[in-house]
Structure formats: structure tokens, C-alpha cells
Design a protein around this ligand. Structure first.
Ligand code: WTA
Length: 652
């Protein structure tokens, strides 16, 4: 169980980790769910929809006019009332909804469901007073503070679709989104805490609003107390929200009423406004959250580390958990604020039982060393989740051993902004997991791996064959792009843009975006496979691999690598070390997968959501001019990499 066989891991990984017996014995979901869904998929989803509180029942579960779906046709509900009011009505008002922890040490707030109810009602009343009506688009540009959750729920309560923009995005990104959504309102804050200091948000909003005449009012939360410029469109949150009546009668909206727009990048420069609606979205977000994490709302303390600016924050910090009446942790800052063990002190303090995070975070913690989590009592944890990118087997095993104490099942969950909720994942009480695999489709979800012609096969493109409740309902204002991006590639199938393959045990492996699949001398090699091989070398912390244009082989492999903290610079910078890594990859995969170049860099360039910016690395590798770097977490990393590239000796 020690040495990880790199690539072949993805093809011939034979280790299995069974569900813990105790968890399996009391699991929310058993293998019956697969049978029920296989027998009658629509009846299965109708049963899951019963978890919600509907004002009017549906006439029809699904109306499918490809590529447009309507779920729970004719039914009505209020999403915010489902996430808050009904729990209070059920006597759970004193249950903690949020254990909020600000970045500055000691800055904490506990919000019960009763308090959340009061604040959402007051915010809904305040927004109504400012002129927000059902159907209006409201931009939310906030740090990770309880008001962010309140603002989203207040919009949902009024039927005003929100569009959350990640606080790390620029004024220009805000302008693009406000303009595309034709929004009338912005909710923001003076700033938030990042890396130990207040980081301003309002100046970006001021800049954007000056260029966006559609904006009528800006509601501003005071978080840091820093100085802000003020215009006659600005209103302080604490001045208008706190004054409002503490009750508000929610109106029921159609199941297909728009709930939110969330902008995500596609292959072109213009971001796509992914549209999600109410009933189907909430059904799948709530059910998957309950099933895949085996949530026991009475006793679990759940923590999703994603920012609300990403879809994971929408579905698994706001809507899914709150619809299920969960108690959760919300943390404002960076993982190393106040010490590189900050997360583990949070797990210990609140007794977190379910942790949902991303592989990039796990690999960072691997780099920082296992003595940091080792300093804390993590025995409360019982289920671990992963999302956002393929998790390499080494990181999976480390996560299980060091964080999960070899007790906790890991659920690797594949889904997208477009899918709205989890699609491919194991069930922790059912599935015997292979390290690094999301295993297979959830009950009620139909997938196929197809070849270029759309014929089902063992290795190729991941497609979704049947509509699912939380599917996107389109791209805002761009119907042609919706059809073109997702539905035109393969007849009758949603094209996810990911490569995937089944191994000999019919277990599914996600191989990254298909544009990350390299073609080296006519051989198909996934960037994930090479990365996995590199990371299996004991000195390597993280690796990003790109296919760079090559006159001879079509593409050539260029690897960017960060090394573990205890590897001395003079060792890692030497030719001998690069050769050792190349030989290691050759050994793990075969000579064909040997990187042409290996660059040792202090960090890898990542977007603020932690995704490695492969396109950018490809530009660096091919000595092209750099594209837009505004979404980089640390733009200086690129320059550092570029300088290295200039001096790196390329091997033949
Ligand atoms: C990738 C994030 C492998 C995938 C929820 C997908 C994953 C894209 C996984 C969507 C996973 C997400 N294993 N790859 N468990 N989860 N991805 O829209 O390439 O930010 O298409 O949604 O992330 O990213 P998005």
C-alpha cells in the first residue's frame, strides 16, 4: 500500500476501501436507491422532491423538449422558506445553522435557524423597500460572511434571481456580468479579511456601477470598517435591514422560476451566465447533499470550504445543507491565516463531522506536512468529500490516512456549474471505493462514455443521456451558445467537456477536460495520468502538465512541478533531479509519457477557485504572449514561471 503506481493507477488501481460497517448499517441511502431509480427514474426523483415543502403539487414530473427541460411542472414553492421557515416551524429554531468564523482569530458568530429566519425576513423587507421585485436580477459581491447567505436567501424569497460574483474578481468582471444580466441592484461590503488584512470590495463596485447605468441601488454591509467612498445609490445594510419587521410572508413561485445566474468561463473569452431554476434544482441539491454525505442533521457538523462565489458554495453551502436543516461551519479566510493548521483547529473547535473540499487544498496540506493536522483532534470527522478536479490517488490516500484517520470514506464528487448538483459520486454507505475515482453515476443519473461519433465505448467523452432535475435551463441571453456548447456535439446527449474511461471493473475515471488530453505522436495521454505519475514521486508536491505544440510529435509534454518543503533548492533545481523525474514518469507510464521539459516552480498558477490554469501554462510552454491573468490567485507566479522557462534546458 505504499508506492503508488502512477498512471497505471488509473487503469489498474485494485485497492478498494469498503464503507465502514457502522456507517453502512445506518446509512441514509442503500443500494435500493439504484434499483428504484433504474426501475422508474422519474418516480425516483418525484420521491426525492417530497423532501421539500411545496405549495402546489406538480401535474407532471418532467416535460422534456430537448434541450429544454421543465421539472415538477405546475408546482409552486418558495426556496427560502424551504431552507429556513419550515425548520423553524418544525421546532428547530434553536438549532445552529451557521458556526461562522471570521479570518481574524476569535472573530466568531453563531446563527441559529430562528436568527437566520429573522435576518432573511428583514433583508427581504429591506430589498422590497429598495424596489426589488420578482424577476429582477441582483448582483451579490460579498466576502464569506453570514450576510452573504442571508442576501442569497432574501433574493430567493422574493423570486429575484441573484448572481453571485466571486469577491476576488475585478471591476471589469463585475461590469461584464452586470451588463449581461441587466441587473438593477448590487449587494456588497466595504471589504473582507484576506491573508491577515482587510481587503476592499467597494472600490471595485464603485468603479463598475459608474459604468453600469442599470444599477439603481447598492446595499453595503459594513464588515471591516474601512473607509469607503459614498454615492447617492449607496445604502448601508445595518441602517436599512435592522430596522425592518422581523417577519415576511413568502410567496410561492413556479417550480421553473429562475433562482440564480452564475457566470462561468467557457472556451471563448465571454463568460456564460448559467441559469438555474427552483424546484428541480433544490430537489437534487438537497437529495445529493443528504445521500452522498450521509447527512444526519441532528448530529452532524458539516463544513464545505468552497466560496459562495462558486457553484459549490451555492449548492453545498447554501441551498443543499439549509434545505436539509444542517448545522454547518462557514469560514471567511485563507487556509493559512493564523497558522497553516487553521483548518484543523476549526475542525477540532466545532467537532466537524463532514468535510467537503478540493484536491488542490489537499495537495497544499500535503506540502505543508502532516504534523500540522497531527496537532489537532480530528476524530469527529466521519465522511470526507472532494470536488472540482480529478483527485490523484496519492492525495486521496493521504486525505484518508492523515485527515480521515483511516476511518472515513471519501466521496469524490463529479459535477459542474451546469449540472447544478452532484452527478457522479460513490455513496458512503454502499460503494467500495477505489482511490482517485468518483466511481459511477448517482441513482437517477444516466451517463455514457462515447467515442467521437457518439457511440458508447470504454474511453472517450463523458455525456449525460437523460435530463436531470438540477440541470441548467440555458445560458442567459444566449440560446445559440447553449445548444452549441452542450447539445450539438452528440445527438441527444449533453456533452460535459470531460474525458472519462471505465477500467476493467467498470469503475469510472474522470480524466480532466478533453482539451487537456494530449496527443503525443498519435498516442492519447491525459494530463491527469502524467500528473499522477509525477506526484507519486516522493519529492513532488504538485504537478501540472500541458501539451505544448511540437513540430515532431504533434504535442510534447511539459510539466510544471512544485516540490515538497524538505527538498533543498540546490537539489530540486539541478538537471539530475529533472532527469530523475522524467525517468520516474517513464517508469510509471512508459517512455512515451516522458515530459520534454520539467520546470520546478515555487507555486502553480491557479484561479481563485483553485483550478490550475492550464491554458496559461500552455502559453508559457509555447512561449506565446500571455492571455488574461485577472483570475489568477497570484499573478506574480506566472512571471516567475516565465523567467524559469526562458532559462530551462529543454531535453531532446
Ligand atoms: C472538473 C465544480 C474530476 C470537471 C463543481 C468539470 C472534476 C469541471 C470533478 C466543472 C471531480 C469537477 N473529478 N473532475 N470530482 N469535479 N471536476 O463548473 O472537469 O467549477 O467539468 O464545477 O470541474 O467545474 P465547475
Amino acid at each position: 500500500m505504499t508506492e503508488q503506481p502512477g498512471l497505471s493507477a488509473l487503469a489498474t488501481e485494485n485497492r478498494r476501501f469498503d464503507p465502514p460497517a457502522e456507517l453502512a448499517a445506518s446509512a441514509n441511502v442503500t443500494t435500493d436507491a439504484y434499483d428504484d431509480a433504474a426501475k422508474d427514474r422519474l418516480a425516483f426523483w418525484a420521491t426525492q422532491a417530497e423532501r421539500l415543502q411545496w405549495e402546489q403539487p406538480w401535474d407532471e414530473v418532467l416535460d422534456w423538449q430537448p434541450p429544454y427541460a421543465k421539472w415538477f411542472v405546475g408546482a409552486t414553492l418558495n426556496v427560502a422558506a424551504n431552507c429556513v421557515d419550515r425548520h423553524v416551524a418544525n421546532g428547530l429554531g434553536q438549532r445552529v445553522a451557521l458556526h461562522w468564523e471570521g479570518e481574524p482569530e476569535g472573530d466568531r458568530r453563531t446563527v441559529t435557524y430562528a436568527e437566520l429566519h429573522k435576518e432573511v425576513c428583514q433583508a427581504a423587507n429591506a430589498l422590497t423597500g429598495l424596489g426589488v421585485r420578482a424577476g429582477d436580477r441582483v448582483m451579490i459581491y460579498l466576502p464569506m460572511i453570514p450576510e452573504a447567505v442571508v442576501a442569497m436567501l432574501a433574493c430567493a424569497r422574493l423570486g429575484a434571481p441573484h448572481s453571485v460574483v466571486f469577491g476576488g474578481f475585478s471591476a471589469q468582471a463585475l461590469v461584464d456580468r452586470i451588463t449581461d444580466a441587466d441587473a438593477r441592484f448590487v449587494i456588497t461590503a466595504d471589504g473582507g479579511y484576506r491573508r491577515g488584512a482587510p481587503a476592499a470590495l467597494k472600490p471595485a463596485v464603485d468603479d463598475a456601477v459608474a459604468r453600469c447605468p442599470s444599477i439603481e441601488k447598492v446595499l453595503v454591509v459594513r464588515r471591516t470598517g474601512q473607509d469607503v467612498a459614498w454615492t447617492d445609490k449607496d445604502v448601508w445594510w445595518h441602517e436599512v435591514v435592522g430596522e425592518q419587521p422581523e417577519t415576511h410572508t413568502p410567496k410561492a413561485f413556479d417550480s421553473e422560476h429562475p433562482l440564480f445566474l452564475l457566470y462561468t468561463s467557457g472556451t471563448t473569452g465571454k463568460p456564460k451566465g448559467i441559469l438555474h431554476t427552483s424546484g428541480g434544482y433544490l430537489t437534487q441539491a438537497a437529495w445529493t447533499h443528504w445521500a452522498v454525505f450521509d447527512l444526519k442533521p441532528e448530529t452532524d457538523v458539516y463544513w464545505c470550504t468552497a466560496d459562495i462565489g462558486w457553484v459549490t458554495g451555492h449548492s453545498y453551502l447554501v441551498y443543499g445543507p439549509l434545505a436539509n436543516g444542517a448545522t454547518q461551519v462557514m469560514y471567511e479566510g485563507t487556509p493559512d491565516a493564523g497558522g497553516q493548521d487553521r483548518w484543523w483547529s476549526i475542525v477540532e473547535r466545532y467537532g466537524v463531522t463532514i468535510l467537503y473540499t478540493a484536491p488542490t487544498a489537499i495537495r497544499t496540506f500535503m506540502k505543508w506536512g502532516e504534523d500540522l493536522p497531527g496537532k489537532h483532534d480530528l476524530t469527529s470527522l466521519r465522511v470526507l468529500g472532494s470536488v472540482g478536479e480529478p483527485i490523484n490517488p496519492e492525495a486521496w490516500i493521504w486525505y484518508r490516512r492523515v485527515i480521515g484517520g483511516d476511518r472515513c470514506p471519501i466521496v469524490d464528487t463529479w459535477w459542474q456549474t451546469e449540472t447544478g448538483a452532484m452527478m457522479i459520486a460513490p455513496l458512503p454507505g454502499v460503494t467500495s471505493c477505489k482511490p482517485g475515482s468518483a466511481m459511477g453515476a448517482l441513482p437517477g443519473i444516466a451517463i455514457d462514455v462515447v467515442d467521437g461519433e457518439g457511440t458508447p465505448t470504454k474511453a472517450g467523452f463523458l455525456t449525460l443521456n437523460e435530463p436531470w432535475p438540477s440541470m441548467l435551463r440555458g445560458i442567459w441571453n444566449d440560446d445559440a451558445r447553449y445548444r452549441e456548447t452542450y447539445w450539438n456535439r452528440f445527438e441527444g446527449r449533453y456533452f460535459a467537456g470531460d474525458g472519462a474511461k471505465y477500467d476493467g471493473d467498470d469503475v469510472l475515471w474522470l480524466l480532466g477536460r478533453v482539451d487537456d488530453v494530449m496527443n503525443i505522436s498519435g498516442h492519447r495521454i491525459s494530463t491527469t495520468e502524467v500528473e499522477s505519475a509525477l506526484v507519486s514521486h516522493p519529492s513532488v508536491a504538485e504537478a501540472a502538465v500541458v501539451g505544448a505544440a511540437d513540430a515532431t510529435t504533434g504535442q510534447a509534454i511539459v510539466a510544471f512541478v512544485t516540490v515538497k518543503g524538505d527538498i533543498a533548492d540546490d537539489i530540486s533545481s539541478g538537471e539530475a533531479f529533472a532527469k530523475e523525474l522524467r525517468d520516474h514518469v517513464a517508469k510509471e507510464i512508459g517512455p512515451i509519457a516522458k515530459p520534454r521539459q520539467i520546470l520546478i516552480t515555487p507555486e502553480l498558477p491557479k484561479t481563485r477557485s483553485g483550478k490550475i490554469m492550464r491554458r496559461l501554462l500552455r502559453d508559457v510552454a509555447e512561449h506565446r504572449e500571455l492571455g488574461d491573468v485577472t483570475t489568477l490567485a497570484d499573478p506574480t507566479v506566472v512571471n516567475a514561471i516565465n523567467n524559469k522557462m526562458g532559462s530551462a534546458a529543454a531535453e531532446d
